[in-house]
Design a binder for this molecule. Structure first.
Ligand SMILES: [Fe+2]
Ligand SMILES: [Fe+2]
Length: 198
């Protein structure tokens, strides 16, 4: 399976994902839109349009693009593209926007990067129980591998994990922002504070 995943990654290219192009493609893909319609139409999911994810991207856009990339890769391989689309769309379906909460006191392993995948999985069951199954739950809960050390169980989960990382690579351009996206911002903040006091 690992070889198949590497092959998929090579075939899907290494360049930047152009948001404009992909959103235009999504708008014309009726099969994809039919699969994800119950989620895109829900008010709870729409709230993510106002939650910032990366520098120029809302959480809504991020999840939609991860979902579509995963759907396309899995469809090409004749894997379960329906579950990949739903798992991709709900992979960051956590409860609250977190980017302004980096100064809150939270134990290291309770920080966003470590806990949001499990939170998203539980939230997905809460809002879309009729769409969920074991594979989708695993796709969502394991998408933060390798930061969360248990890897995805299904190949569709590897695809979503890869699509998420690939889209997040634009953050590397701004290296100072990286800890924030890994959920380690508070840790870095405390280390800085410690050295400032000395
Ligand atoms: Fe995530
Ligand atoms: Fe993500």
């Amino acid at each position: 399976m690992v070889c198949a995943i590497i092959h998929v990654m090579k075939r899907s290219g290494g360049g930047n994902v152009r948001k404009k192009d992909i959103t235009r493609e999504i708008a014309h893909d009726e099969e994809f839109l039919k699969i994800v319609a119950p989620i895109l139409g829900s008010n709870e999911f729409k709230k993510r349009k106002n939650w910032k994810h990366h520098e120029n991207c809302s959480l809504y856009e991020h999840c939609l693009i991860v979902s579509y990339l995963s759907y396309k890769i899995c469809k090409r391989r004749k894997w379960n593209y329906r579950d990949a689309a739903i798992g991709g769309l709900l992979h960051d379906f956590y409860l609250r926007p977190w980017q302004n909460r980096v100064h809150e006191k939270v134990p290291f392993f309770k920080q966003h990067g470590f806990v949001h995948a499990h939170e998203a999985m539980e939230n997905a069951y809460k809002f879309f129980p009729e769409l969920m199954n074991d594979r989708i739950a695993n796709i969502i809960e394991r998408h933060m591998f390798p930061l969360n050390i248990i890897p995805p169980k299904y190949k569709e989960g590897w695809v979503v994990t890869y699509a998420d990382k690939r889209l997040s690579m634009d953050v590397v351009v701004n290296i100072k922002a990286l800890p924030k996206y890994l959920g380690l911002a508070r840790f870095i903040y405390n280390v800085k504070k410690f050295f400032r006091r000395r």
